[in-house]
Design a protein around this ligand. Structure first.
Ligand code: SF4
Ligand code: SF4
Length: 324
């Protein structure tokens, strides 16, 4: 891709103009309803063995090859995707020895195609060379809870965060029966340490349904999170989307998302498509899907939230990261 085209894509003016046109077109015709955000699982390999996770148990331990990465990113670009989030397994472990490529080659290529490139990592590996626009780190709780779920990794993650204070790090908490009592303390603990915090709710996958919160528990924790947000704790989710998660009474525009598996399959729409037998929207915990749907319904809170997550500068966080 030409350097001038890449530069144009990075211009905020062009990005706003593009999204405005996209919004109008998608309202006029179904054929323009296309994905804007893609989650790309580069590999099933992981260095951890979290209690609730199916990936490290996957015997195939599949990974995309460099050729597949190149093909997939080009296809997603042609589909209209503007935000790429690399996931796993653990995406930092991704490499193609034959092609002599590692995760930074993937990130650099992605930056030539998309408005924003992010990775979602477990935070236990060296982040210093990672040059994505955003680093999402999955964290479940304070030391005791985190180590119970993921192994003895809490101190290592905190050290990595501390050593990378100049990067845009967002902590993502998946709230379930195991950790919901930790959430407010964790949010308070993370102030001044990271750019921001997002949450989502555990989806009751087959066999681990017990980890789902009741509606009453969800309401309780959501109200506490909103209270902290109103007190300027750096929670990046919008109040509207958080409230919608209680009863899941929002209109999902799932055509806005796509996801890629390590075997190269691209799924368009809900993350759960082809992953569970029966999708239960009543139990949906995907706050990001809710946020992107609300943004396209022109909800101001959700639009501000999207702007802060993807376009905000480190200094614009309510509590910018400082040293510990
Ligand atoms: S870090 Fe993520 S991919 Fe790895 S075992 Fe844990 S949940 Fe699974
Ligand atoms: S489960 Fe959630 S993301 Fe999937 S279609 Fe239902 S509401 Fe949308």
């Amino acid at each position: 891709m030409k350097k001038s085209a890449v530069k144009l894509k990075k211009s905020k003016f062009y990005q706003v103009y593009y999204l405005f046109l996209f919004w109008i077109r998608s309202r006029l015709s179904k054929k323009f309803k296309k994905p804007l955000l893609a989650g790309i699982k580069l590999t099933n390999r992981c260095n951890l063995k979290c209690l609730h996770c199916p990936f490290w148990k996957n015997e195939k331990k599949q990974s995309l090859s460099w050729d597949e990465v190149k093909r997939t990113l080009k296809k997603l670009y042609e589909d209209g995707v503007k935000i790429a989030i690399f996931e796993g397994g653990e995406p930092l472990l991704w490499k193609d020895n034959k092609a002599n490529k590692n995760i930074n080659d993937v990130i650099n290529l992605s930056k030539t195609y998309f408005f924003s490139t992010a990775i979602t990592t477990n935070g236990t590996l060296d982040l210093s060379a990672i040059d994505s626009d955003i680093i999402f780190i999955s964290l479940d709780g304070l030391k005791e809870t985190q180590n119970k779920i993921r192994g003895n990794v809490f101190d290592l993650i905190m050290k990595n965060i501390k050593n990378n204070g100049t990067k845009k790090i967002i902590i993502n908490i998946t709230i379930s029966k195991i950790n919901f009592k930790d959430v407010t303390a964790l949010i308070k603990f993370l102030q001044d340490k990271v750019y921001g915090i997002t949450v989502q709710f555990f989806y009751p996958y087959e066999g681990i349904e017990d980890l789902r919160l009741s509606v009453k528990e969800k309401e309780e924790i959501i109200n506490k999170i909103i209270e902290l947000k109103n007190r300027k704790f750096n929670i990046l989710d919008s109040e509207t989307a958080l409230k919608k998660m209680i009863n899941n009474d929002w209109k999902c525009e799932d055509y806005l998302v796509a996801s890629v598996d390590p075997d190269g399959t691209i799924n368009y729409g809900c993350y759960l498509k082809n992953r569970v037998k029966n999708i239960s929207c009543k139990n949906c915990g995907f706050l990001a899907h809710c946020e992107i749907s609300l943004s396209f319904q022109l909800n101001l809170n959700a639009l501000i939230s999207a702007k802060t997550i993807f376009w905000g500068k480190i200094s614009s966080s309510p509590n910018p990261a400082k040293t510990f």
